[in-house]
Design a protein around this ligand. Sequence first.
Ligand SMILES: [Zn+2]
Ligand SMILES: [Zn+2]
Length: 222
Amino acid sequence: MNYLLPLLSVLIGYIFALVIQPKDKVKLKLLLAFSGSFLLSLTVIHLLPEIYESNNSRIGLFIMVGILFQIILEYFSQGAEHGHVHGHSKMEHIPWLLFISLCIHALAEGFPVGHHHDLAMGIAIHHLPIAIILTTFFINANLNKKAIFLFMITFAIMTPLGTILSDYLPLLNVYYNEITAIVIGILFHISSTIIFESSEGHKFNIAKISMIVLGFALAYFI
Ligand SMILES: [Zn+2]
Ligand SMILES: [Zn+2]
């Protein structure tokens, strides 16, 4: 399940976007808001308390490093990790910078999953709308089908690969708490950005706030 959920969610998002070619941006925004809230709640309710129990006085530092790291990644990805894409009208090849930074992001997210099974679901829910948005964007940019497929399949593999690496590389286990703290920083930044960007001009939106409460409730009871 740990490996499967994050893998399947990207593939499902990819296939969904291929078959249905969704035009409804409002529903996607709601799905994004839900995923952001779920991810943030998971981080705060489940990951944070545990990592602070490790009595490592530098944990806060590593969380900040994670936030900074994600901010830097987004210079290259233009925010693809939180469902933000910028228009090229035509795309001849895979946008490599976006691709590499998204892969690094997804790989890092896989590291703590082996110890935190609920995180597998959190990342799955977070990557589902991203996969839909990216695939739709690439189709509209006329990127060729093979390139889209390669892009999405690699993106899908990255999180499970991170989990496998942390399971089998003893070195990564020695620094488990530090790595998890960095990922917490990444998740913090990503999820709050998702929630922030899914609100249009800070107008009160009952549908959106319901999705946020729902995401929070689900993470709480999980
Ligand atoms: Zn953005
Ligand atoms: Zn992610």
